[in-house]
Design a protein around this ligand. Structure first.
Ligand SMILES: [Zn+2]
Length: 127
């Protein structure tokens, strides 16, 4: 094999390798997409149970007790996390000097005398 033939062979080999890696990357991306879909569906299963628990409770649901107690445990965590978010939101509101209308719950800026939503007079304490 002459030099040029060797170079050609090497070149086409490199092109082949490149195509192969592009294909592998594409397939890996497809796998990632499907894994993402699996994750979304798992979350949806969780959502369904959380909503069920919130709306009608899990009593009467025929599942093995270990599974039910796990779901209850996750639910308790979600309730706790939601409370944590509320506490953080309250801190943000405090920092922004925002109060809540006692009548309708709308945000009240520190300098407002009336609720812009329902017109209730804001007591001094809120300001
Ligand atoms: Zn109001």
């Amino acid at each position: 094999m002459g030099f040029l033939d060797k170079a050609k062979a090497l070149g086409s080999k490199t092109v082949e390798e490149g195509k192969k890696y592009a294909e592998i990357t594409k397939l890996n991306m497809e796998i990632s997409t499907i894994q993402e879909q699996i994750k979304e569906n798992k979350i949806a299963i969780g959502d369904a149970f959380v909503n069920l628990n919130a709306n009608s409770g899990l009593e009467g649901i025929v599942l093995p007790e270990p599974v039910l107690s796990q779901i209850r445990e996750f639910n308790d965590k979600i309730i706790q996390f939601t409370q944590n978010i509320q506490n953080l939101q309250n801190k943000i509101d405090e920092l922004k000097n925002v109060g809540k209308c006692l009548e309708c719950g709308a945000d009240i800026a520190g300098n407002e005398k009336f609720c812009s939503k329902c017109g209730t007079i804001i007591p001094e304490a809120v300001q």
